[in-house]
Write a protein that binds this ligand. Structure first.
Ligand SMILES: [Zn+2]
Length: 560
């Protein structure tokens, strides 16, 4: 699951009762066949394999993500599921791309007879991978904290001309403005704010130092943000075959304090100048007009491929229930890790996120494939790559569906059900379909060992169900064990998983999937895609309106 802030504030409808355990004995009320084939052993062996150190955290577009895909394939093939990928295969190729440096960026400068240069990786690094290229030679201008705050009558850009020049700035904001608490900074301190301000002033690029007086400024003397993070695990995008239009953002580089001292003309200069600006003495900015700086940073696009896995069990009808889960994770934690400060470079196994979800898809596929009952609707089992890098595998699938969207009855996305706390599980998003909501609420009481919560809010845009809901107009729900302390840390290991609650959860999801397959009513859908058509050929959305899809999507993604 990708990191996402506002969590369930919505009212939770809880379903609980008196501790008896569900089984498929006649009295249990369960309808799905072969329920007992779902076992703790199977779940454990899937999670232990996928979340083993050998899988190196299953990073997208790395060999281990491919092995995870091959594992899902072999598990499904072995139990009699059929391939549903491209050209009769088990896979769907996902085309991706990223930026990297064509050559190591360089910065050289002269001042009168003095010549100097900055070493990439040691004295300067790029902040966002290798997105933006720059070949520049010319002036550099010191622009303070690059803050313009009317409320304080403070404007670093007052009286300076950045047009066509390189800006040298301080990170964050004047230390005298810092507040206490978890976030001592205002928007002035955000990189995006500074980048936008410098871009608006016509600068061609930015060199930024974390001043020694600032938070973390002290350890800056030793290290910069590790350049390798952006280079070892660059931001990925879908490769849609179009020319990469640049983000338009300025090339932005972190520089170290020693590097900044060099540019300002002497050791301790950064600290001296920072103290001046902290006192508001912006007019005492250093004059760098005698300098000439040559900066070369050329980026190139690299195209890579990864794959989703697709298996199917055909039913009576050409109408489909999709069970999906992402099989990728954070690799060595160079991106998206919540413990980057302490554990970057360590394998992040992602047992809960999301070996637990993949195990769920595989166990349900096995139960159904090995049952002697043919389901009414058909089932498509998908495991996605690229979720942690931005829902890439599921977004690619929705752009290139293997089964036409209008034939899909519903999509159930499983992400992080391995660390259910106190038997509490949330069925996020069922409110987008009255039929889905009803069926889930009919089944939940059959699993009294779990405490199932329902939300009246639309599904949160935090995992692979989102492209199905927001782009394909398919009813979805997302069982979720909740954010937890170990999420996106190097401690998310197979030994820490709550298998005992995973077992009834998987059985419950199978039961729900089976009942949706048998359900007579077509699943309605309330969401941003107003024109969505269902397997019955009718509009899914009971109350179609004139608002454009974009307006509706905006309304839905901001409704959380
Ligand atoms: Zn995640």
């Amino acid at each position: 699951m990708k990191l996402w802030k506002p969590l369930l504030s919505a009212s939770l409808l809880l379903v609980a009762s008196h501790g008896v355990f569900a089984n498929d004995s006649p009295g249990s009320g369960l309808q799905a066949p072969n329920m007992d084939s779902i076992t703790l052993e199977d779940i454990k062996s899937d999670v232990y394999f996928l979340a083993s150190d050998e899988m190196l955290g299953r990073e997208t577009a790395k060999p281990q993500a491919q092995i995870a895909a091959a594992y899902a394939r072999s598990r499904m093939e072995r139990v009699g599921v059929e391939p549903a990928g491209e050209d009769g295969s088990w896979y769907q190729t996902v085309k991706l791309k990223y930026h990297t440096w064509d050559a190591t960026p360089s910065v050289a400068f002269t001042r009168d007879s003095e010549k100097g240069e900055l070493k990439y990786g040691e004295e300067f690094v790029s902040t966002g991978g290798a997105e933006a290229s720059l070949e520049y030679e010319g002036e550099i201008v010191f622009a303070g904290y690059a803050v313009n705050d009317d409320t304080r009558g403070y404007n670093d850009l007052d009286g300076i001309d950045l047009k066509g020049k390189l800006a040298l700035i301080l990170r964050y904001e004047p230390t005298t403005w810092m507040k206490g608490g978890r976030n001592p900074f205002s928007r002035n301190a955000y990189l995006q704010t500074k980048e936008a301000l410098c871009r608006a002033a016509g600068a061609v690029g930015v060199l930024m130092v974390t001043g020694p007086e600032s938070l973390g400024g002290s350890d800056n003397r030793r290290q910069l943000p590790s350049p390798e993070a952006g280079e070892k695990s660059p931001p990925l995008q879908l490769d849609l075959g179009e020319e990469t239009e640049s983000t338009g953002e300025l090339p932005f580089f972190h520089i170290s304090v020693p590097a900044c001292d060099k540019l300002l003309g002497g050791e301790g200069e950064t600290s001296r100048v920072q103290k001046l600006f902290d006192q508001g003495e912006v007019t005492k900015r250093p004059d760098l007009s005698a300098m000439n700086v040559k900066l070369t940073a050329k980026s190139k696009v690299v195209h890579v491929e990864d794959r989703n896995v697709a298996g199917m069990i055909k039913g009576e009808l050409d109408e489909w229930i999709i069970f999906g889960a992402h099989h990728d994770h954070l690799g060595y934690g160079y991106f998206g890790a919540r413990d980057a400060r302490t554990a970057m470079g360590e394998i992040h196994n992602g047992a809960d996120d999301n070996a637990s979800g993949v195990a769920t898809v595989l166990e349900i596929a096995e139960a159904l494939a090995k049952s002697d009952k043919k389901p009414r609707r058909s089932f498509l089992f998908l495991t996605f790559t690229g979720e942690e890098k931005g829902l890439l595998g599921s977004s690619w699938y929705v752009r290139n569906p293997l089964i036409a969207h209008e034939k899909v009855y519903a999509m159930i996305n499983i992400d992080m059900i391995g660390r259910i706390d106190n038997h509490k599980l949330t069925m996020d998003g069922t409110s987008c379909s009255k039929v889905l909501d009803r069926v889930c609420k009919e089944v939940a009481p059959l699993f009294p060992e779990l405490e199932i919560g329902f939300s009246d809010k639309p599904p949160m845009p935090a995992s692979d169900h989102w492209p199905f809901f927001s782009k394909a107009g398919i009813p979805v729900f997302f069982p979720f064990g909740g954010m937890n302390r170990l999420m996106h840390t190097a401690e998310d290991d197979a030994e820490t998983i709550n298998y005992e609650d995973m077992l009834p959860t998987i059985k419950m999801l199978y039961e729900i999937g089976w009942r949706l397959s048998e359900e007579q009513a077509y699943a309605d859908y309330t969401g941003p895609v107003k024109e969505a058509i269902g397997p019955d050929g009718n509009a899914r959305d009971p109350n179609k309106s004139t608002d454009t899809d974009e307006e509706q999507e905006q309304e839905f993604s901001s409704a959380r």
